[in-house]
Design a protein around this ligand. Structure first.
Ligand code: NDP
Ligand SMILES: O=C(O)C1=N[C@H](C(=O)O)C[C@H](O)C1
Length: 252
């Protein structure tokens, strides 16, 4: 059996620690480096695949280092917008000819149910006049809206644009700032931070006297591990140097 050598960035964090446990429990993987804030990145050169669950403020430096060292990277850290994706593509394109080139897989959410929720939302979005997203997370979360909500809004907006669906009706002319949430690609996204929660999202669709709600709940951080391990196994064989989302790995 081929054993994949894995390095974890953010190894002492909530997700990183869970990934270390999952990798150590997988017969076809070996944890060769567990790196956190203040540790040298050099230990990661022993890895074939680096998994990053750190912070939106540091992930770009980490990822650039991985690309420049020709390592495959599976990234769970949130905060990826089109500009950041373009920067990653630029670093990959700048690799000298003949140097090892790593693939990058950025997963806005590694929960299998969450990926299905995003896919169902994308498919449903053109059929309803209105769509809004509510994401709900633990209060330790650093960023808002969540990467999952941001990606869902992008997918929903693209599906509606392709189908020629008009923007959702909204007669608001007076509001307290933030009351209607953030505008992500023309989709309203509302972020709740509440003790007791882990990671949850509702996509609310409405029109023609009916509503349709798609909801996903992560009850613990183990819920993300099947998707993370799948990504580690497959990142080296992906057809594109940069992939966003694990949908294609699930055959969606
Ligand atoms: N895609 C997905 O399915 C999921 C994504 N996430 C995302 O993963 C990220 C991490 O979440 P979570 O684990 O809850 O956060 P935590 O704050 O618990 O963990 C982050 C860890 O990274 C460390 N860290 C910070 N800077 C660096 C650095 N430069 N190099 C190495 N390690 C560093 C932190 O150290 P210190 O505390 O000292 O700063 C901390 O130990 C977030 O962006 C979150 O949104 C979370 C869950 C699922
Ligand atoms: O910070 C979290 O916890 C999570 N972050 C990711 C996001 O921003 O979407 C994934 C999941 O929602 C948990």
């Amino acid at each position: 059996m081929n054993v994949i050598k894995v390095g974890v960035l953010g190894a002492r964090g909530r997700m990183g620690a869970e990934v270390c446990r999952a990798v150590e429990g997988a017969d076809d993987m070996e944890l060769v480096a567990a790196v956190d804030q203040g540790d040298a990145l050099d230990a990661l050169t022993a890895a074939q695949v680096v998994v990053d669950f750190t912070h939106p403020g540091v992930v770009m430096d980490n990822l650039r280092w991985c690309v420049e060292h020709g390592l495959h990277a599976v990234v769970g850290t949130s905060g990826f917008d089109p500009e950041r994706l373009a920067a990653v593509r630029g670093w990959q394109a700048d690799r000298p000819t003949g140097s090892p080139a790593g693939n990058v897989l950025i997963g806005p959410n590694f929960g299998i149910g969450a990926v299905l929720m995003m896919d169902f939302a994308r498919r449903a979005a053109p059929f309803f006049e209105s769509v809004e997203i509510v994401e709900l997370h633990h209060p330790q979360k650093a960023d808002a809206p969540s990467g999952t909500a941001y990606r869902t809004a992008e997918l929903v907006a693209a599906a509606r644009a392709d189908a020629g669906t008009p923007p959702p009706p909204d007669a608001t002319t007076s509001e307290i700032a933030g009351a209607r949430g953030a505008d992500v690609a023309g989709v309203r996204v509302h972020a709740v931070r509440l003790s007791g929660l882990i990671a949850h999202q509702e996509v609310l669709l409405g029109g023609h006297g009916e509503t349709f709600t798609i909801r996903h709940d992560s009850m613990n951080r183990e819920s993300f591990m099947p998707g993370v391990l799948l990504a580690v196994r497959r990142v080296g064989d992906l057809p594109d140097r940069l992939t966003v989302g694990i949908e294609s790995l699930l055959g969606l």
